[in-house]
Design a protein around this ligand. Structure first.
Ligand SMILES: [Zn+2]
Length: 433
């Protein structure tokens, strides 16, 4: 099995003298010290937040205060470390919290270049010169994920076509055939939808897919692997990290992280202390090379675990499990139990006739689920099967019964306007994207 290409890339870019954790961690500590100093002298937020700290050891790092998403929402400009005129891209992320507060993330040219560099090496682990890649991430604007990925692939001389998020399944299918596409890079639910609507095209053309921009349900990976015969690679990243975070190697067993640019911790969400390898906790990162907007011990809200065993590819880099979704993406049912969106995804997406769904907790113990089915599928039978499965799974996990109200969305798959939004429980009264 080929070793992750990220290993050589990180060794080269960091200039560490040996392929060892020790050397890499020494580099990371040095970069954290520099980042703290840089952030404190250039950003208003960190000037206050880090006024009294000094960092000389890992112990000091673990005592650094956390940065929370709400703090960015309250005052994004306070995080800025470069003059406004040097900003090359601003991403506004819609808040799920208070109305009117938006998270804005800033990039300098150097930040964007660093991400292209990561994408180039990350993609070299799954594509080669024989591949033709269709990019189905948003890509219209300068510095968007699609734009950066296209630049990265072009640098490696790999043929690629940037189409943006899928708004028309027929047109996308045509594009795959006409251009001899072998690899798709896109949003998990959209890639699944396309595979269910255009199964024959997947079987004929698509050898590999790269999924990103949301956590990836296991059932979705299994379905694409077994039914469509694709190799499914997943990437984990978030805008705050500079888009790119980590990508799977040929072992397809979790992410190797961009450890030259990010220091990752997995913490107990309640105590903020590191959890043991193998235990699930909250992904927390410190940027090591970001210029416009460095973040220190940023609590992502995403849940994952570090693998306690080395990756079969033989790298010295750490392996992080696939992300299990967001900490707060859950609802309380049956008194004191929680239903996580990722659990529901596993159950719902296992139905091959399903294309998409939205879910609301109408009242405690009443779930409303609105489904989009493949055309020609009789709703009533499917509804009964789905309701029964959800009932059984919830009964098994929480020992209680809840009411499921399944409805069918009129009009089917409508144009997706904000597909980068993470899938989640809808709040009552809102349209959920
Ligand atoms: Zn590996």
């Amino acid at each position: 099995m080929e070793r992750t290409p990220l290993e050589n890339w990180i060794v080269e870019r960091t200039g560490i003298s040996s392929c060892s954790r020790e050397a890499l961690e020494k580099y990371q500590l040095k970069k954290i010290m520099e980042t703290v100093q840089f952030a404190r002298t250039h950003s208003r937020f960190y000037k206050d937040q880090l006024a009294d700290v000094s960092v000389n050891s890992w112990r000091d790092v673990r005592a650094l205060p956390f940065t929370f998403p709400n703090q960015i929402r309250r005052n994004p400009d306070g995080f800025l470390c470069i003059p406004q005129r040097e900003i090359r891209r601003i991403v506004t992320l819609r808040s799920s919290g208070t109305e009117g507060e938006k998270k804005r993330i800033f990039f300098s040219q150097k930040d964007l270049d660093a991400t292209v560099d990561f994408f180039e090496y990350g993609m070299s682990g799954l594509t080669d010169q024989s591949d033709r890649v269709l990019i189905l991430f948003p890509g219209a604007s300068y510095g968007s994920v699609g734009d950066l990925l296209e630049k990265a692939l072009k640098r490696s001389g790999i043929a690629c076509f940037r189409r943006g998020v899928i708004t028309d399944m027929e047109e996308t299918a045509r594009c795959i055939v006409e251009n001899g596409i072998t690899c798709l890079a896109g949003i998990p639910i959209q890639i699944l939808q396309l595979s269910r609507i255009k199964a024959e095209i997947y079987q004929k053309c698509i050898r590999k897919v790269l999924l990103s921009a949301d956590y990836v349900p296991t059932v979705l990976i299994r379905d694409l692997t077994e039914r469509c015969g694709c190799r499914v690679f997943t990437h984990y990243g978030m805008t705050e990290m500079g888009y790119g975070g980590g990508v799977e190697c040929q072992a397809l067993n979790g992410y190797h992280m961009r450890e030259g640019d990010l220091y990752i911790e997995i913490l107990d969400p309640l105590t903020g202390r590191p959890v043991q390898d193998g235990r699930v906790g909250e992904v927390t990162f410190t940027t090591l090379t970001r210029q416009a907007m460095p973040l220190i011990r940023y609590r992502t809200g995403d849940l994952a675990a570090f693998s306690p065993v080395p990756c079969p590819c033989g790298t010295f880099l750490r392996t992080m499990s696939r992300v299990y979704g967001r900490r707060e993406n859950k609802v309380r049912i049956c008194g004191d139990a929680f239903l996580h969106f990722c659990q529901l995804d596993e159950w719902m997406l296992s139905f091959p006739e399903l294309l998409d769904y939205k879910v609301w907790l109408e009242r405690e113990n009443v779930l409303r689920i609105e489904v989009v089915l493949l055309s020609g599928i009789p709703f009533q039978e499917t509804r009964d099967k789905m309701s029964q499965k959800i009932q059984e799974e919830i009964g098994r996990r929480c020992g209680c019964r809840i009411e499921i109200r399944l409805t069918q969305k009129a009009g089917g798959l409508e144009k997706q306007v904000n597909s980068m939004e993470k899938r989640r429980f809808c709040m009552s009264g809102n349209s959920c994207g």
